[in-house]
Design a protein around this ligand. Sequence first.
Ligand SMILES: *[C@@H]1O[C@H](CO)[C@@H](O)[C@H](O)[C@H]1NC(C)=O
Ligand SMILES: *[C@@H]1O[C@H](CO)[C@@H](O)[C@H](O)[C@H]1NC(C)=O
Ligand SMILES: *[C@@H]1O[C@H](CO)[C@@H](O)[C@H](O)[C@H]1NC(C)=O
Ligand SMILES: *[C@@H]1O[C@H](CO)[C@@H](O)[C@H](O)[C@H]1NC(C)=O
Length: 305
Amino acid sequence: MVNIFVSLVNPLVHAVMKLLGLKKQKVEIEEGTIMSFWVPAKTLDKPVLVLLHGFAANGSITWIFQTPALVAEYSVYVPDFLFFGDSFSESCKRSPEFQADCLARGLKLLGVESCVAVGFSYGGIVGFKLAELWPELVRHLVVSGSVVGVTRSLSNETLPRIGFESLSELLVPETVEGLKRLFYVVTQKKIWFPSWAFRHYLEVMFKNRKEKVELLEALVIDDEDFFVPNFSRQSIHFLVGEDDKIFKLAMIKDMILKLGDKATLHGIKNAGHLVHIERPFVYNSSLKKIMLPLKDMGHHDIGDS
Ligand SMILES: *[C@@H]1O[C@H](CO)[C@@H](O)[C@H](O)[C@H]1NC(C)=O
Ligand SMILES: *[C@@H]1O[C@H](CO)[C@@H](O)[C@H](O)[C@H]1NC(C)=O
Ligand SMILES: *[C@@H]1O[C@H](CO)[C@@H](O)[C@H](O)[C@H]1NC(C)=O
Ligand SMILES: *[C@@H]1O[C@H](CO)[C@@H](O)[C@H](O)[C@H]1NC(C)=O
C-alpha cells in the first residue's frame, strides 16, 4: 500500500498551508545548515507568532489545528527544527542552544525582530533557550508539555514511571509497537488508529534517526548545570494538559514556583501531553485568551512594555 502520509496527508497539509497564505522557505543559516520554515507569503502588518514543534513530528503537522485559527490575527511562522522535515545541518552540534541559535538566526534573516513563541514539548524547551538567549526576540513564551530544561534526575524519575528506558526509546521508536506506546503515553483518551497508519507515520516521520538520538542525548543535562534563567523581560505561560503523563501537573507547578511570578498556569482538563491535538478547540481559545492582553500592548512590537 502506498504511504498515506506521502500520497495524501503531506500534500493536503501543503495545500492547507498555502490556502492560509503561507509558503515554504528554506533559509541558509550557515554553510551546511538549512532551516525550512512556513512563512507568510506576503509581508503582513500583524504581530509575529512562531510555532515550535515537538519531537515526533514536523512543524506543519504539529500545528495543523492551530495555524488555521491564528493566521487571521498573526503573522505565523512555522519552522522545522534541524533534522526534522526539510531542515538539516552538517554541524556536529546537537544541543538545544544550537537549535535555538539557528532558529534565532533564521528568524532574523526572515526579518523577524520580536515575536510570541509557542512551543510544544521539545519545542518548548528550545523556546525557553531562545527566550533566555534572545530576550529581545522572544517577548512572550507559551509552552505545553514542556519544562525549562531536562536534568538527569528529571529524566531518571520520568522514564521508569512511564515504562521507558531512554528518551530515544520513547521518542525515536523503531517499530509500530514502539510508536503505539509513544502515542498512548502522550494522549489521555484512547484514540484508535489502524496499525498501518502507525506504520506509515513511522516510515515518514523518523528520518535522521542517528542525529535525533544525538539531539536527545544533548537534551539531558547534569543537575549541577541546570538553572532557571531570570526571564526578567518576558512573560511565560504554561498551557498544559492536566493529565500529562510525562510532565505531571505537580512538576509544572514546581517549575512555576522556581520561575517566581514570571509564569502563569492554564490547565486543560481531560487532556494529556498532546493537548493541542487532543482538545484543539479548548487549546486554541485558551491560547488566544492568553495572547489577547499581550497583543493589546502594541501592534508591531507586540508586548513591548
Ligand atoms: C514533514 O516531514 C516529512 C519528512 O520528515 C516530509 O516528507 C513532509 O513533507 C513534511 N510534511 C509537511 C507537511 O511539511
Ligand atoms: C540517573 O540514573 C543513572 C543510571 O541509573 C545513575 O547513574 C545516575 O546517578 C542518576 N542520576 C541522577 C542525578 O539521579
Ligand atoms: C533578575 O532580574 C532582576 C530584574 O527583574 C534583576 O534585578 C536581577 O539582577 C536579575 N538576576 C540575575 C541573576 O540576572
Ligand atoms: C481553534 O480555535 C478556534 C477558536 O478560537 C476555533 O474557531 C477553531 O475551529 C479551532 N480549530 C480547531 C481545529 O479546533
